[in-house]
Ligand binder design. Structure first.
Ligand code: GLC
Ligand code: CA
Length: 539
């Protein structure tokens, strides 16, 4: 990595606006709510706020179904609020990253409304229409990916919900329209973009190629040239794939993206050969470790990693990678394990206070279109799963888990609002797990993250965490992850990833402990690690 970028040492915090803070008490989070919490976020030590889509939308998929890219969803506030948010961030040296959905729009978008009117409408070719459903393609949210439309007696393709028709990126007009939308926001001072399911825009539907189509990289590069390449921003693509594909996207000479989210680690808690995310399997921490190592080594000198364990599509990391028996220690171990690696840390709202999955046992209490799509498909139509097993899977993997209102304090609705309703159930454990409680306790998960981020940015150790070489140590350990970072300092990271005690021989002599979750004395040689014990030291 020769060229240094302004964002290399920055921390990104993901906000799901609908669930973050409801300033006007209508049950739905809003932009004013975010503005009111900027000082809190600053105190945590984050710099860039990734907001999931805040544009006009019927909210079938909570904003990932956009009906107007140039406007702000009224339920979140106004364009004026958005301008104010950008401004208030700037005052605090903070930045906004927006979430752009290029693969599809809402069926309520004017382009689609036009498109469905007639076969010769000027917008017909903005979407994918065929006389017959091709290749039995299935939607990511369950059921067929083709929807019959009786207006013109054809089918349109939707990778996701019916209300999310896929754009036809083989039509160059789509590229022009989208470049304009992106430039509109960049001119307003947005400093980052997260590209939703970017690996899908090169699809060749007639050849049954959906992801990583032959023209994908050409398209992303063209988008770069026509829009964000002209601005000094940070970009990250959501790209389900493998290491080679991540390199193709992020190699700076390709001029595409700065980094991608890869899901090899975070999706390893499900058996995708069965019922997708609704077939959970026991976590294999050795696999997690090996995968993290693979990406560290693989992207090292070419490009850049995105470090994350949670987002709005995954369950909470304590439930999936840690343990409810060791909530505090496992949350901190996960923090050390991931955010001392090389790359940009992304943290999801509530992760910093140790929020956990919610226990919802009634299918009707789930809000997510994905849950209902698969419920219909697997339980009702195909009858391959019992309701009980399906709910059990939801308890671990449903996206609703991460979408419960942010837990600010122990007052009504966890302080998310002062009203009596919330769009989504509040997790009952808010009496114990909330921001206020975390702030009181100097040993809390919040303060642990705060320390970790401060160290990553400190003059003393920062450069080593940001630019230091990564090396795996003790490669034969299955449950303990030990690695070093070397630059102007030599730092060693030790993480017991499991609930049982582990014995190791420490690879280097401890000079100075930088961060630890247990309050222990450390020396050399043989050491016994407690459950989820993790520490960082200079050697
Ligand atoms: C991405 C988003 C997810 C959304 C889907 C369709 O995976 O993260 O929330 O449902 O794309 O836009
Ligand atoms: Ca509101």
């Amino acid at each position: 990595m020769k060229l240094k970028k302004w964002w290399h040492d920055k921390i990104v915090y993901e906000i799901y606006p609908k669930s973050f803070m409801d300033a006007n008490n209508d049950g739905i989070g809003d932009i004013k709510g975010i503005i009111g919490k900027l000082d809190y976020l600053k105190e945590l030590g984050v710099d860039i706020l990734w907001l999931t889509p805040f544009f006009k939308s019927p909210m079938e998929d909570n904003g990932y179904d956009i009906s107007d890219y140039l406007s702000v969803n009224e339920m979140f506030g106004s364009m004026k609020d958005m301008d104010e948010l950008i401004e208030k961030c700037k005052e605090r040296n903070m930045y906004i990253m927006m979430d752009v959905v290029l693969n599809h729009t809402s069926s309520e978008h004017n382009w689609f409304k036009q498109s469905r009117k007639s076969k010769d409408n000027a917008y017909r070719n903005y979407y994918i229409w065929r006389d017959e459903p091709l290749y039995n393609m299935e939607s990511t949210f369950g059921g067929s990916a083709w929807e019959y439309d009786d207006v013109t007696n054809q089918y349109y393709f939707h990778e996701f919900a019916k209300g999310q028709p896929d754009l036809n990126w083989e039509n160059p007009k789509v590229m022009d329209e989208m470049s304009k939308c992106i430039n509109f926001w960049l001119k307003k001072g947005i400093k980052g973009i997260r590209f939703d399911v970017i690996h899908l825009i090169g699809k060749e539907i007639d050849n049954n190629i959906l992801s990583y189509g032959p023209t994908l990289h050409k398209k992303v590069h063209e988008l770069y040239e026509k829009s964000y390449g002209k601005y000094d921003i940070i970009t990250v693509g959501e790209a389900w794939g493998d290491l080679k594909k991540a390199i193709d996207f992020t190699n700076p000479s390709n001029e595409e993206l700065d980094m991608v989210f890869q899901f090899e680690c975070t999706s390893s808690t499900c058996d995708f050969s069965k019922y997708g995310k609704f077939s959970p399997k026991p976590i294999d921490m050795e696999f997690v470790k090996n995968t993290l190592v693979k990406y560290q080594n693989g992207l090292n000198d070419h490009s850049w990693n995105a470090l994350f364990v949670e987002n709005h599509d995954l369950g909470r990391c304590i439930n999936r990678f840690g343990s409810l028996n060791y909530q505090d220690m496992s949350a901190k171990a996960i923090a050390i394990m991931n955010y001392c690696l090389k790359g940009t840390p992304y943290i999801y709202q509530g992760q910093e206070i140790g929020m956990t999955n919610i226990l919802i046992n009634d299918i009707n209490d789930y809000q997510d279109v994905e849950v209902h799509g698969f419920y219909k498909d697997l339980v009702i139509d195909k009858k391959v799963m019992s309701e009980k097993d399906f709910i059990k899977a939801c308890n671990q993997e449903a996206r609703d888990n991460n979408r419960t209102p942010m837990q600010w304090d122990d007052s009504i609705n966890a302080g998310f609002n002062k009203g009596f309703k919330t769009w989504m159930k509040v997790n009952d454990n808010y009496h114990e797990i909330n921001v206020k409680e975390n702030m009181k306790n100097s040993d809390s998960i919040f303060h642990f993250y705060q320390k970790l981020f401060a160290i990553r940015k400190s003059e003393e150790y920062g450069p080593t965490f940001v630019y230091g070489k990564f090396d795996l140590q003790l490669p034969d350990e299955k449950n303990v992850f030990v690695y070093t970072r070397n630059y102007d300092k030599n730092i060693c990271i030790v993480v017991n990833m499991v609930e049982s005690e582990q014995h190791i021989i420490l690879p280097f002599k401890v000079k100075n402990i930088i961060l630890a979750n247990y309050n222990k004395e450390y020396h050399d040689g043989n050491i016994k690690l407690s459950p989820f014990e993790a520490f960082v030291y200079e050697y």
